[in-house]
Design a binder for this molecule. Sequence first.
Ligand SMILES: Cc1ncc(COP(=O)(O)O)c(C=O)c1O
Length: 389
Amino acid sequence: MTKNWKTKLIHSDARVPEGFRSLSTPVYRASTVLFPNAAAVSDAWNQYEVGYTYGLYGTPTALELAGRICELENGVRTLLTPGGQAAISLINFAFLKAGDHVLVPQSIYGPNRDFARAVLRRFGVDVAFYEPTIGSGIAELIKDNTRLVWCESPGSITMEVQDVDAIAHAAHQKKALVVLDNTWSAGVYFDAFAHGVDVTMQALTKYVGGHSDLLLGSITARDLALYEQLGATHQLVGCAASPDDCSLALRGMKTLAVRTKAIGESALELANWLGPRPEIELVLHPALPSCPGHEIWKRDFTGATGVFSIVFDHKFSKPQVLAFVDSLELFKIGYSWAGVTSLAVAYDFGTAKGRPGYDHRIVRLNIGLEDVEDLRADLSRALEKMTNP
Ligand SMILES: Cc1ncc(COP(=O)(O)O)c(C=O)c1O
């Protein structure tokens, strides 16, 4: 067929040599996916069953990342979302309906708690919050209509390590599902499915991405029935993950082991150094006995990553705590964590119901890949300035 040059812009006959091989997964961007014939057209979402049908359900770039996350987490299948918070909302949409009851730990990531309060309650779901170290005591809170029990271990900011086995045991007796935010462990230091979890999610934004430059989430299911329910909802909610971000995450994943090792070692060293400092009341690092649930961390986790919190002595005012954060030079101030740059954020639990009495005295640290002695010197300078401005 002869073609006008304008047609050639769309339907080119140019060919590239075959046989290219490299070490990276190509970035396949697509909304439209081509079918071999008219009868083959289908909008089915499960690309593993029906082949590729639409970019929303994942191009090979996204499915490779999903497969690799699934392999690391020992699940049966993984879905990707445009961020960790999207994974959280999708899980809720997939499993909850009006009249159901859901249990959420008080230590859960703030927007997860806000979603439960603002959206789930508006849709007629009965939301109750529980003390994160409750363990088997959760049995008393589980009702006949409890459908989901959320866990996050360690919890956001306050770092309580949860007895996931005990919670899962109690939940399963009443046929409730257990969902775990497994972001802190990077999906590798806590084998969630071996501890009774049904569905995990991670903000891949954090350690898998690892460089503070992408947003992605994952949801991994323990069995195919759960995956089917999640996948059907993923389709309807339209939660596509960008292939470009998936490509960055695939690259980040290759260095996950060396990053988490180096970051974890520096974090532990700094946490141990901070513990005895006179300015500090408490170091909330799961590997230290001062962290609630430390014994469970020792029992269940195979490593620690680089996020922990410090609680200042009662004598320090809020302006002094803020001044500590402001006087850090290497630690930058900003949300999200698990990148290569150290970060510090001060929180104030003054009015929060059900949170420990740390009020304005808590600061969360994200340890990056800077030299640990430089980080120690930075913290030391800021602590001295806080006491003697
Ligand atoms: C524990 C935890 N879960 C989920 C999220 C949400 O991830 P994203 O920022 O990718 O939406 C975050 C983000 O800070 C988090 O800390």
